[in-house]
Design a protein. Structure first.
Lengths: 115, 111
């Protein structure tokens, strides 16, 4: 009965390295979202999954960012060749269905720091 | 047109007072307006939400007021408590699935 979980909770990496962030949605939730929260930028949408497909990738800031979802459950957000401007809290949310009025339940986030 | 503007950036209220946070939008296609509450180190959590076919929605001490013609909506927290100290985000969405968030308001309620 756990909520959305994310790992790691904190990640410090050097500029140029690749990182993978993981999200475990609430069991049975078909919709999964990634957002980024940074100082002065608020919460920005990155990508949305319905099942294993991503009908909306419009928020991914560059081709260094990619995400996948397997088995309709776990999702991984990958950032290649990290830059300092990628430093932010990456939040994952899930909802039972894709209806916009379905509550999106957020995980605690992964704080990424790029040195 | 996709933006949601939120004010104030920060708010200090005494215990028992009323906290008011305002949001404005441009896109008239938006048709669902949730408010999220976020405590430090936690993800945002849905607090209350409204559709534009009603002008007000109340849940306990939390009320959303909605002005469709002005394209504005606001959150009122009555009898504010120190436990309400958090960051509040308004958001909006329409026939898509992503939430467009305001920039957040940091509320501090002092005893």
């Amino acid at each position: 009965g756990a909520g959305v979980s994310q790992s790691p909770s904190n990640k410090v990496t050097e500029k140029g390295k690749d990182v993978e962030l993981r999200c475990d949605p609430i069991s049975g939730h078909t919709a999964l979202y990634w957002y980024r929260q940074s100082l002065g930028q608020g919460l920005e949408f990155l990508i949305y999954f319905q099942g294993n497909s991503a009908p909306d990738k419009s928020g991914l800031p560059s081709d260094r960012f990619s995400a996948e979802r397997t088995g309709g459950s776990v999702s991984t957000l990958t950032i290649q060749r990290t830059q300092q401007e990628d430093s932010a809290v990456y939040l994952c949310a899930s909802s039972f269905d894709r209806l916009r009025t379905d509550t999106q339940y957020f995980g605690p986030g992964t704080r990424l720091t790029v040195l | 047109q996709q933006q949601v503007k939120q004010s104030p950036q920060s708010l200090i209220v005494q215990k028992g007072g009323i906290s008011i946070i305002n949001c404005a939008y441009e896109n008239t296609a938006f048709d669902y307006f949730p408010w999220y509450q976020q405590f430090p180190g936690k993800g945002p959590a849905l607090l209350i939400a409204i559709r534009p076919d009603v002008s007000e929605k109340k849940e306990g001490r939390f009320t959303i007021s909605f002005n469709k013609s002005a394209k504005q909506f606001s959150l009122h927290i009555m009898d504010s408590q120190p436990g309400d100290s958090a960051t509040y985000f308004c958001a909006a969405t329409y026939n898509t699935d992503k939430l467009i968030f305001g920039t957040g308001t940091r509320l501090q309620v002092f005893p």
